[in-house]
Design a protein around this ligand. Structure first.
Ligand code: SF4
Ligand code: SF4
Length: 337
């Protein structure tokens, strides 16, 4: 019995069996938007080629997280609200974003124990994308929308069935003890050239990258004009699968003082406000420049990744029509001159 293929009709049934003891997170409709959410009833789950409105980032790095409590005797209790979780149906662009989150929060000089614990308890099942949606530009970010190995199990769409590709030991552990006969896994031979689906198949346009000295990008681009329309609402950062800025809030709850972590945004005027009153990024030009340079210059310098997957969420949802793809293209043209 092999784990090669499973009929599409039986995928929910399989997930139901795999998911015993796990919280299952998958795309589902909520308030008219397709989002990643906890699935309580398999009928809610949507298996499609659509890229959900939000990425699954919040299941590793919640928007609001209770971190620790301090009591009146000086005792400290560290909170752990992580659960064993399967995140199903993650597209290659969002899997690529995990590399950035891991590099910043787990593999560099910082070790975010809350993120690391969630990562350890989470199994990602990836799936490919059939076409770029309006605003998407993953191909220009060098991402293959049909395949990614940055997950534990990947399901390749083969028409009437999925080819099940187990990538990690964590992925394999999901299938241990499962009565595979029940799901009629079949061994299927695939043509040699199927390996091509691991490579980008589109006509790959010029890669959208900023390759220049930091001070050149900082000083030679007309950031005032580029940032002019930005409203500073922060939607782009909240929806971005790679953004990871946060703030702490200490809240009194009965006899306890509770420390929460909440998402923050570099697009907010007070994000860099010092206690002295000085604000090194007091204008929207400085804030917008920071967002673009952080994604395309600083993280690349520090962690080796560009923190933009081309998912297009910030473009589709910006109320002012800002477009990071055209901004970076314009910067590349200025640098080419
Ligand atoms: S979503 Fe648009 S308007 Fe809002 S902060 Fe981001 S770039 Fe500015
Ligand atoms: S910057 Fe925009 S296009 Fe790039 S990963 Fe973030 S949301 Fe997606």
């Amino acid at each position: 019995m092999s784990l090669e293929a499973i009929s599409k009709k039986r995928i929910k049934e399989l997930l139901e069996s795999l998911g015993e003891g796990y919280k299952l997170v998958a795309p589902a409709w909520e308030d008219g938007k397709l989002v990643f959410k906890e699935i309580k009833n398999m009928d809610e789950m949507v298996i499609s080629h659509e890229l959900p409105y939000k990425s699954p980032k919040e299941f590793l790095f919640p928007q609001l997280e209770r971190m620790m409590c301090f009591d009146t005797t000086g005792g400290v209790t560290v909170e752990d609200q992580s659960e064993k979780t399967i995140v199903f149906g993650v597209k290659p662009c969002d899997l690529e974003a995990l590399k950035v989150l891991k590099a910043v929060l787990a593999q560099g000089k910082f070790h975010d124990a809350w993120f690391v614990t969630r990562m350890e308890k989470t199994i990602f099942i990836g799936m490919g994308c059939s076409s770029e949606k309006p605003g998407c530009f993953c191909a220009q970010r060098g991402i293959n929308r049909k395949y990614s190995s940055t997950c534990d199990v990947f399901l390749r769409d083969m028409g009437d069935h999925y080819k099940v590709e187990i990538i990690t030991d964590k992925g394999r552990s999901l299938f241990n003890g499962l009565d595979l006969k029940k799901f009629k896994f079949e061994e299927v031979s695939y043509p040699e050239n199927m390996a091509q689906s691991s490579r980008p198949t589109d006509e790959t346009p010029r890669l959208l990258e900023i390759d220049a000295e930091e001070n050149v990008v900082f000083n030679q681009v007309d950031w005032d004009r580029i940032a002019e329309r930005c409203l500073g609402c922060g939607i782009c950062t909240y929806l971005c699968p790679t953004c990871h800025c946060f703030a702490f809030k200490d809240v009194k709850e009965k006899d306890l003082s509770v420390r929460y972590r909440v998402w923050d945004s570099c697009m907010y005027p007070k994000f860099t406000l010092h206690a002295s009153g000085h604000n090194p990024r007091s204008t929207k030009k400085e804030r917008f420049r920071q967002r673009v340079m952080h994604k395309y210059v600083y993280i690349k310098q520090n962690q080796g990744y560009t923190a933009c997957t081309g998912c297009g969420r910030c473009i589709r949802s910006c109320p002012a029509g800002m477009n990071i793809k055209t901004v970076v293209s314009e910067i590349m043209e200025v640098l080419d001159e």
